[in-house]
Design a protein around this ligand. Structure first.
Ligand SMILES: [Zn+2]
Ligand SMILES: [Zn+2]
Length: 136
C-alpha cells in the first residue's frame, strides 16, 4: 500500500521537520550492517522524489557519507538518523521511525536479509525477505 496523503515527520528533538507531498511508497526494512550501526538495529525507510520533500531546520542536519553510493542525514542536536540520499538519484529516502503517526503506510519488504546480525531470528525465506536490495 502507498499513500498520496501528505506525510510529515521529524527528529526526536523537533529541530528538523519535513513534509512530503505526492505519493510515498511502502516501507522497506533494511538488515544491512550500515543501517544496524546508524540506527542501533534495523533501518526502515520509504522514499519520495527529492523535489517533493520540504525540510525545515535543514541547517541542523549533518550529512555523513556512509558509502560511495549515499549519504545519511542526521539531526546534529539529537542524533536521529532521518535521511538516506543517493549520490546519484532523484529520490531521497526518509526513515520510517521519523514519520508522524498515523502514517497510512505498510512494510512490504525486508532487504539485505543476508547481512542480518547473528542475533536476528527472522526467516530469510519468508515472503518479502530479499537477500539483496536489488532483487525484483
Ligand atoms: Zn533533533
Ligand atoms: Zn541498510
Amino acid at each position: 500500500m502507498s499513500t498520496d496523503a501528505a506525510i510529515t515527520g521529524g527528529c526526536l528533538c523537533g529541530a528538523v521537520r519535513y513534509r512530503v507531498t505526492g505519493e510515498v511508497g511502502p516501507i522497506s526494512v533494511c538488515h544491512c550492517g550500515q543501517c544496524r550501526r546508524a540506527h542501533g538495529y534495523l533501518g526502515a525507510y520509504t522514499d519520495a522524489p527529492t523535489e517533493s520533500i520540504a525540510i525545515t531546520g535543514a541547517e541542523r542536519l549533518t550529512w555523513y557519507r556512509s558509502s560511495d553510493q549515499a549519504e545519511r542525514g542526521f539531526c546534529s542536536v539529537c542524533g536521529s538518523v532521518m535521511f538516506w540520499k543517493p549520490a546519484h538519484g532523484r529520490h531521497i529516502s526518509f526513515s520510517a521511525g521519523s514519520i508522524d503517526q498515523p502514517s497510512g503506510l505498510v512494510i512490504d519488504r525486508h532487504i539485505y536479509v543476508a547481512d542480518r546480525a547473528d542475533y536476528e531470528t527472522i526467516d530469510p525465506d519468508a515472503p518479502g525477505h530479499w537477500p539483496q536490495a536489488d532483487r525484483p
